[in-house]
Design a protein around this ligand. Structure first.
Ligand code: DQA
Length: 147
């Protein structure tokens, strides 16, 4: 079983961009942490990042055939993208939404998430640890879905 972990715009700069908000760990560090845990839990991950909305939508479409679940940090597309919401609504497995920062403590335009209308769970403000927690939760959701 494979879980897709998808990351939206500017997350390629993780570790360098606004470290006071997003911390000093890089996206490669996040991927390594998720991969190690997923291995222990017995599933594979496909970890990807794009600055392009269409690429994220295409990955979500691929997930319809190839993924048991999706963990997504849509970056700023969280707050703007009906198209990503529509793509996720066409995916049948569990979806978890991750934000490194506590979006509710920040500007009001970050308080609304289109993706939350679909997500089975949301983690915000746990730093990059949120990805690892989401990976663990995903294992539970996949097991529950099988029973
Ligand atoms: C983010 C929060 C978004 O508001 C922001 O646009 C990001 C990152 C987070 O992980 O905290 O790019 O999704």
């Amino acid at each position: 079983q494979t879980v897709f972990i998808l990351n939206g715009p500017n997350l390629n700069l993780l570790g360098k961009r606004q470290p006071e908000i997003y911390g000093r760990e890089t996206l490669a560090d996040v991927e390594a942490g998720c991969r190690a845990l997923a291995g222990e839990l017995g599933f594979d991950i496909r970890f990807a990042q794009s600055n392009a909305e269409h690429q994220i939508i295409d990955w979500i479409h691929e997930a319809r055939e190839a993924a048991a679940g999706i963990i997504i940090n849509p970056g700023a597309f969280t707050h703007t993208s009906v198209a990503i919401l529509d793509a996720l609504n066409a995916f049948e497995g569990p979806v978890l939404e991750v934000h490194i920062s506590n979006v509710h403590k920040r500007e009001s335009f970050r308080h609304h998430s289109y993706v939350s209308l679909r997500a089975d769970g949301v983690i915000a403000g746990f730093g990059v640890e949120g990805y690892v927690l989401a990976t663990r939760r995903m294992a539970t959701l996949i097991l529950e879905g099988r029973s």
